[in-house]
Design a protein around this ligand. Structure first.
Ligand code: HEM
Length: 492
């Protein structure tokens, strides 16, 4: 190694050291929330947070109250833990923004080029999300049920017991249902091979997601970069045009993206790939948890069977071979036990924090007094703090299938400090940037559970307790710390 590269290395090391020292030197200014930065420069409290995220945040809450700033992986994050203060995010939406975060994500994780007029593009893309809500959900429901029938066709042919790992199974059924409902129905001959290859690649990519969102350069993550290029090339307009039955949301996005990037631009593939990732990454683990809890809790499975049987009988649907179920959105919505189970799975597994970037130094007006925020920091709502609050949810660590039910109806009243809460379940974020796919995701998990319970006998094979694996802290639903074997058999 020559002198030049040695001195270059020394310079980089010195700059890094300087940067670390600058980070470590930050002190709390008057009016700012308590600052917890630990003794480790840059990493701050990361290790403690990773070890026991909720326990760590709870300890700080006891000591410092409902608002404090923590140094985590080089970022100063101010946690707002009082659920009656969540609305501050919408009140100060011009100063606490999502744009910088999504842009950084788009470039770093999905390799999307940010255009000069990205604000207009984002605005138009947001308008396309109308096709994931309201009346559009009726069409989505019909397509989804049809696609689920196709997904399960092969499994229904065999009347023998099949044994599988539950997470692997959920990856397969959620990916196939989601892809075919959003991106279209791959012709039967090619369907299995095409879907399996795309699924395996996107899951390998997703596995590295926690590293990608941290500041580790993609070049250091072995074949992730080439995997990403492959996935983007799979989702180009030319490739997608060959798949019939594309959903309205993708058609609209395609028109908007063509207008901004031009027809042949690879960035369009990158955008489609990003939406595909968003549509499966969290739904898969929620499906796992919902299925796992139902099979671990026979009282939940019995109540669900009763509810579904009642609906099928009252709508004159007879159980028979194949997937015979047909139902409207209102009928699906009337299944309160099913919804309660999905919400309970979300409550127990969601660490998908709502994070916003502080655009400028400013003062938050809290009920308890003013609080100064610093430009360049982040503000976060942390779902486990409310989801695991014993004042809001009795024995919060327990799975209770009927937690969101009351007298046979949906339960929507939860209290803290004797006051009714407006926000008690926040797995999908908050305010203007709340997840636009939330209705789609909940509908999908409900339909998959409904079909599985109605058409198959299901049993856990292993008797082990699966816990959360804390690898996606602040970013999404936590995966299980191990997979678990189960078996299934077609009923009819
Ligand atoms: C259980 C499944 C899901 C969970 C827990 C989830 C959670 C979230 C969260 C927490 C956010 C950030 C919101 C915020 O910061 O306020 C988000 C954003 C987003 N989600 Fe989901 N999501 C799920 C499923 C889906 C599905 C099925 C789709 C698409 C069909 C989707 C598309 C998106 C998009 C496009 C954004 C970005 C929105 C924006 O830029 O404003 N998500 N999701």
């Amino acid at each position: 190694m020559g002198f030049f590269s040695l001195s270059g290395l020394a310079l980089v090391a010195a700059l890094l050291l300087l940067l670390l020292c600058l980070h470590a030197r930050r002190t709390r200014r008057p009016g700012e929330p308590p600052l917890i930065k630990g003794w480790l420069p840059f990493f701050g409290m990361t290790m403690k947070f990773q070890k026991d995220p909720l326990g760590f945040i709870r300890t700080l809450q006891k000591k410092y109250g409902d608002i404090f700033t923590v140094l985590l992986g080089g970022k100063y994050i101010t946690f707002i833990l009082d659920p009656f203060q969540y609305q501050l995010l919408t009140k100060y939406h011009k100063k606490l923004t999502f744009k910088k975060i999504t842009e950084k994500f788009s470039v770093k994780v999905f390799s999307i080029k940010i255009l000069e007029n990205s604000e207009d593009l984002n605005h138009e893309l947001h308008s396309s999300y109308q096709f994931l809500q309201g009346k559009s959900l009726d069409i989505i429901l019909e397509d989804m049920l049809q696609n689920i029938k196709q997904t399960f066709e092969v499994l229904l042919k065999s009347t023998k017991w099949n044994t599988e790992q539950m997470l692997t199974f959920c990856c397969s059924v959620v990916f196939e249902t989601t892809f075919t409902t959003i991106y279209g129905n791959v012709p039967t001959g090619e369907r299995k091979a095409f879907i399996s290859e795309l699924r395996d690649n996107i899951l390998k990519f997703d596995d590295k997601f926690p590293y990608l969102v941290s500041d580790i350069p993609i070049e250091l993550l072995r074949d992730v970069k080439s995997m990403r290029e492959k996935l983007i090339k799979c989702m180009t307009p030319e490739k997608l045009a060959k798949i019939p039955g594309t959903s309205k949301v993708v058609q609209r996005r395609q028109e908007i993206l063509e207008k901004y990037y031009g027809l042949k631009d690879l960035n369009i593939g990158a955008h489609h790939f990003a939406l595909l990732w968003a549509s499966i990454a969290n739904t898969i683990p929620v499906m796992f948890w919902a299925m796992y809890y139902v099979l671990r809790h026979p009282e939940a499975a019995d109540a669900l069977h009763d509810e579904i049987d009642h609906l099928l009988q009252s709508t004159g649907q007879k159980k028979g071979s194949g997937i015979f179920i047909h139902l409207t959105r209102e009928q699906l919505d009337s299944l309160v036990c099913l919804e309660s189970i999905v919400f309970e799975a979300l409550r127990l597994s969601s660490y998908s924090s709502t994070i916003r970037f502080v655009e400028e130094d400013f003062t938050l007006n809290l009920e308890t007094g003013d609080c100064c925020l610093r430009k360049g920091d982040f503000v976060a709502l942390f779902p486990p703090a409310i989801h695991g609050d014993p004042e809001v949810f009795e024995s919060p660590e327990e799975f209770r299938f009927d937690r969101f039910m009351e007298d046979g109806k949906k339960k929507t009243t939860f209290y803290k400090r004797g006051k009714k809460l407006k926000f008690y379940l926040i797995p999908f974020g908050f305010g203007a940037n709340k997840c636009p796919g939330r209705f789609f995701a909940v509908m999908e998990i409900k339909l998959l559970l409904l079909v599985l319970l109605t058409c198959f006998d299901l049993e856990l094979i292993e008797n082990k307790s699966v816990k959360l694996k804390y690898t996606r802290l602040l970013f999404g639903i936590q995966h299980p710390n191990s997979d678990i074997l189960f078996r299934y058999k077609a009923k009819y």
